[in-house]
Every structure is written in C-alpha cells, then in structure tokens.
Unconditional design. Structure first.
Lengths: 105, 181
C-alpha cells in the first residue's frame, strides 16, 4: 500500500467537506461537513503513524493518540455547535444560515 | 528528524505489494467518496446523516486496514454511536426541511465547488510531490492497545486531562446555550 493513496483519499474528503461548509444553507448540514473535514485529518494522522512505525527517534503511536484527541474534540464541538443551532432556531425560527445576518457589517 | 523519517521511508521502498489490502482499500475509498459527495448534496437531511454514517464506517475500516484497531473501535463508538445520534436529534428538534422543496444550497455553490476543486488540485499536487510512491511498511501488525494506553497515560497525560476538562466545559456550555429560560 502506498502512503499517498490514504493521503489523497483524505484530501478528497477534506475538499468535499470544505465545499459543504461553504455551500450548504442548513446549520446542521454545515456541522456534518465539518465532521467530514475532521475525519480526513484523522485518516492522515493514522496513516502517518503507521507509515513511520519503525522510524527511530519518533513515538510510533503519537499519531493514533492525536487521532483519539481529535475524536474527543469533535464530540465536544458537535455538542456546542448543535446547542448554538438550537438557540438560533429558537430565536429566528429557521436554521437557514443566510437569514442569520445580525452581525453582518 | 525529517531526515530520519525519509530514510525510514526509503528503506521500505521495496515492501511487498499487498493485493487483498489494496482491493479492500479501493472498495472503501470509492464508497467513502461517493457517500461524502452525497452528504454535501443530498436534498433530504436525514439521508445526509445516513450517508455520513457510511463515511464514518469507511474511515473505521481504513483504521483497521492500517492496524489501528483501538482508534477504529473508538471511531465506531463515539462517531457512529454518539455523534450521529446527536445529529439526528438536532435534525428532529430544528424541524429541518425533510423534502427537497426548499433550496438546500446557497447561491454561491458554484464558487464553493470551484474553491474545493482548486484546493483538491493543490493538495493532490503537493502530496504527490512530497511523498511520491513511498510505501507503508508491509509487515503491519495490529497496534497493541496496552502500548497505546501507556503512551496516553505517560507522555500525553497532561493533554489527556486537558481534553477531559474540555469535554466538561463543552457539556456545561451546551446546556447553558440550549437551555430555555
């Protein structure tokens, strides 16, 4: 297996997630696209961790530990993000991000 | 540091070709890219959540392919078990449009697609330029979960505690933000 096949797949997922964050109207869908981006990063971390498993001077499991940290931070992010979307829905009666422009300059 | 890593990469450049793993990777990759595109284009929000499950399960399968079994199990437990359920609750509570009656994309979707594509080309070129045909070691073994826990509770003990504090803060913050008062 080449390292690049994992990295290119992760890059594709990342770019699809970026498209979703920019293009989607629904606040929940934007959060889902952010999950795609975080998953792409996780694939990269684990692939690098496996790639240099035999390398000298590096902790071979550091990549996996960081992937676990990313999963934990993603859980926290989704909790707060959905709470914000719920608060927006309660105040504006919509989750359409185009209509949430209170702080637009 | 970088030199050591590159030397290690060159050392296993003649690693054996793993046919079964490559076939499995191809199937998983096609499934994941298709489902990810459906996540960002589906008109029905619940369908998008279902496709997100496929992407997350594919990522877990890739972790197993890479020998990171504990990360794969955590991915299934936390992502598919908890985060997707949270998303479904969010969809339910916000009564998001279920049908394709409303427009799901903003007006600038073409520009978003263009920027995503340009980013993909840039990333792809730099990855190809940087890593070329360097191979993952052929003698993969599943990661010893005990060794992983030694690393977490040894070298990374302080970050681990900070993450638990972050989860507590996120829990309190989510309750405060979403509370009806």
């Amino acid at each position: 297996m080449f390292l690049n096949q994992f990295l290119l797949l992760a890059a594709a997922l990342f770019c699809i997630g970026v498209y979703g964050v920019i293009a989607r109207k629904n606040g929940v869908m934007v959060l889902m696209s952010i999950e795609l981006i975080l998953n792409a990063v996780n694939i990269n971390l684990v692939a690098f961790s496996t790639m240099w498993f035999h390398a000298e001077g590096a902790n071979p499991l550091a990549g996996q530990v960081f992937a676990l940290f990313v999963i934990a931070v993603a859980a926290a992010e989704v909790g707060v993000g959905l709470a914000i979307v719920l608060a927006i829905f309660r105040n504006y009666k919509t989750v359409d991000l185009d209509q949430v422009d209170l702080m637009k300059g | 540091m970088i030199g050591t890593l590159l030397a290690a990469a060159a050392q296993n450049a003649d690693a054996p070709v793993l046919v079964a793993q490559n076939v499995a990777f191809g199937i998983i990759a096609v499934l994941m890219v298709f489902s990810a595109i459906r996540v960002v284009t589906a008109a029905n929000v619940v369908h998008a959540a279902a496709f997100l499950v496929v992407v997350l399960a594919g990522a877990a399968a890739l972790f197993i392919l890479l020998g990171a079994e504990f990360v794969a199990i955590t991915q299934v437990l936390v992502y598919i078990g908890a985060i997707v359920v949270l998303f479904l609750f969010g969809i339910m509570l916000t009564r998001a449009p279920m049908e394709g009656s409303e427009k799901m994309s903003r007006d600038n979707w073409a520009l978003a697609g263009l920027s995503g594509f340009v980013l993909l080309v840039l990333l792809g070129y730099s990855l190809w330029d940087g890593f070329g045909r360097s191979k993952i070691p052929g003698d993969l073994q599943p990661t010893d979960t005990g060794a992983l826990s030694d690393v977490i509770f040894g070298q990374y003990l302080v970050p681990f505690e900070v993450v638990s504090l972050l989860l507590l803060a996120a829990l309190v913050g989510a309750i405060v933000i979403a509370r009806r008062d």
